[in-house]
Design a protein around this ligand. Structure first.
Ligand code: FE2
Ligand code: FE2
Length: 194
């Protein structure tokens, strides 16, 4: 069983919509999208798959910084929260660079493979160092409420990486809505162009 399948199994064992079910399911989708980008057989298909991956990663990491990290800080440790935020800030830089690259080049393929490895390790650290604490220490009701808040935060989150706001709960709350508005305008413009 690969990691995405294991994550889907973990999500299925939890109440639908609870924060960890949402996060496990998104980790599995992120892995699937990395596969889709690398295996796409035309530059157009690669670009479409990359855009979906970029959007999911941008909203997923912003959502975690806004909703999950404050809980981690409280019930796991500040060190773990800071370490995950730092990894996400670094990932936002890499994603912003990847976004500027031509997806059909070998350089892109190499950079993507390296990024996939670090995103995978980051997700596994979350699953080992954060999720068990949330599962053990938050009531089922709180886990459901957090799941709702996470999806709401993701709906309003920027769809492109913003390294200036990444890695900080406060910066996400302050900069997120403005960046999200700009990104949504940019996405609409791009949709019309396609
Ligand atoms: Fe994360
Ligand atoms: Fe995550």
């Amino acid at each position: 069983m690969n990691l995405a399948q294991k994550e889907r199994e973990a999500a299925a064992a939890l109440p639908k919509g609870s924060v960890l079910a949402v996060l496990y399911e998104q980790h599995a989708r992120i892995r699937d999208l990395f596969d889709l980008v690398s295996s796409a057989d035309s530059p157009q298909a690669k670009q479409v798959a990359f855009d979906r991956l970029r959007e999911l990663l941008a909203v997923h990491e912003a959502g975690e910084e806004m909703v999950v990290r404050p809980a981690t800080r409280r019930i796991a440790s500040a060190q773990v929260a800071d370490a995950r935020n730092a990894e996400e800030a670094e990932a936002a830089h890499v994603l912003a660079n990847l976004e500027k690259m031509d997806v059909s080049t070998p350089d892109f393929a190499m950079a993507l493979a390296e990024f996939e490895q670090s995103v995978s390790e980051h997700a596994q650290r979350e699953e080992i160092e954060e999720f068990p604490y949330m599962l053990a220490q938050l009531s089922s009701q709180d886990q459901l409420k957090m799941g709702e808040r996470l999806l709401e935060a993701e709906k309003a989150a920027p769809t492109h990486p913003h390294p200036g706001a990444a890695g900080s709960t406060t910066a996400q709350f302050l900069a997120g809505p403005f960046a999200a508005l700009l990104d949504k305008a940019r996405d609409t413009f791009q949709d019309k162009k396609d």
